[in-house]
Design a binder for this molecule. Structure first.
Ligand SMILES: [Zn+2]
Length: 289
C-alpha cells in the first residue's frame, strides 16, 4: 500500500525510542510494508518499516539558496539563544552530526567557530571541515567536547534516536548547547492523513512538541527553548529583514519588523503550527558548575 510490492522493506518491529512493540496505527495496518504508528508506551509516532536501499540525497549544493537558508536558520537559533550563538568564546568548537555537504558548518565557520562534523560519508565536506566518519547514532567518542552540537533534520531519520541524543549530550562542553531541528508531526498530520512531503521509505520517527521534549529529557538534557511558528509568517519576516539589510529601510519599517519578531518569538513558545520544530537544550548537570 505505501511501498511497491517488490521493494525491499526493512520492518521496524518496535518503537525506535523506547523499544516497546505495541503500537496504534495512524496510517496503514500491520499488513502494510510501511505504515505510521504511535507507540502506546512513550507516544512517539514512528514508521513501521523503511526501504532497504536509501536514495542518495544530494546536499552538496552550496548555492545562494542553501546559504540563505542556513543564514536564516542561524538567525533563528541565535534569537532562541539570546545572541549567544553569534558571540562565541575564543576557540569555541561546533560539531554538526550528519553534516553531509557541510553547508551548516560553513555558516558556523563564518561566525568564528572551529567546525567539525560527523557523517557516514566524510568525503562530502572533508575539503573544508574536519569530518569524523561515524553514524549519527554511533557509540564513538570523538575525543573532545564542543560548545555547540547540532542535529539538524537527523533525529527523524536515525534508527536509534536515543543513541543519537546520547552522542550529542556526551560531546557537549560545560555550558554548551544542543540545537535540534525536526519536521513537526502535528503540522503534517493536520494537513492530511498521509501527509504530502513525508517520505515514508526513509523516515524513522516523527516528533511533536511533547515527544521531542520527552526524548531530550530522557537523555539528561534540559530544554531551554522549543520553537515552532507558522512558516509563512516566519518566512515573510526573514525575507523583509534581508531586503531591509540590503536596501536600507525607513525607521518605521524597522520598528514594525522588530515588533513583529518579538510577537512571533512569544507566540512560538506555545505554537505547534509550524512545519518544523526547533529545540535548544543544555546538560542539566551544567547548572552545578
Ligand atoms: Zn516508544
Amino acid at each position: 500500500m505505501w511501498a511497491e510490492p517488490n521493494d525491499d522493506v526493512i520492518p521496524h518491529l518496535d518503537c525506535p525510542l523506547c523499544h516497546n512493540s505495541d503500537r496504534r496505527f495512524i496510517v496503514g495496518t500491520w499488513e502494510d510494508p510501511i505504515g505510521v504508528a504511535r507507540c502506546t508506551a512513550c507516544g512517539l509516532v514512528h514508521t513501521t518499516g523503511r526501504h532497504a536501499t536509501q536514495p542518495v540525497t544530494s546536499t552538496l549544493s552550496r548555492g545562494g539558496a542553501v546559504r540563505r537558508q542556513h543564514r536564516q536558520a542561524f538567525d533563528l537559533y541565535d534569537r532562541l539563544l539570546h545572541g549567544r550563538l553569534r558571540t562565541p568564546m575564543q576557540g569555541a568548537a561546533a560539531l554538526d552530526i550528519g553534516c553531509s555537504g557541510g553547508a551548516w558548518l560553513d555558516q558556523l565557520h563564518l561566525w568564528g567557530y572551529q567546525t567539525e562534523g560527523t557523517d557516514v560519508d566524510p568525503s562530502l565536506a572533508a575539503a573544508t571541515h574536519r569530518v569524523h566518519e561515524t553514524d549519527a547514532d554511533g557509540a564513538a567518542d570523538l575525543g573532545r567536547r564542543y560548545e555547540v552540537v547540532s542535529l539538524i533534520d537527523q533525529l527523524d531519520l536515525v534508527e536509534r534516536p536515543a543513541a543519537a541524543l546520547h552522542f550529542a549530550a556526551r560531546h557537549l562542553a560545560p555550558g554548551g548547547v544542543v540545537i535540534i531541528e525536526v519536521p513537526n508531526w502535528n503540522y503534517w498530520r493536520a494537513r492530511s492523513v498521509l501527509p504530502d512531503g513525508i517520505e515514508l521509505g526513509r523516515k524513522v520517527a516523527f516528533y511533536d512538541r511533547d515527544s521531542l521534549r520527552d526524548a531530550v529529557v530522557a537523555v539528561g538534557l534540559d530544554p531551554l527553548a522549543i520553537w515552532s511558528a507558522p512558516s509563512v509568517l516566519d518566512r515573510a519576516i526573514a525575507t523583509t529583514r534581508a531586503q531591509q539589510a540590503r536596501q536600507g529601510a525607513p525607521n518605521f519599517l524597522r520598528r514594525t519588523l522588530s515588533l513583529a519578531e518579538r510577537a512571533l518569538s512569544h507566540a512560538s513558545d506555545a505554537s505547534d503550527r509550524g512545519a518544523k520544530l526547533v529545540m535548544i537544550a543544555h546538560r542539566v548537570m551544567d547548572e552545578a558548575h
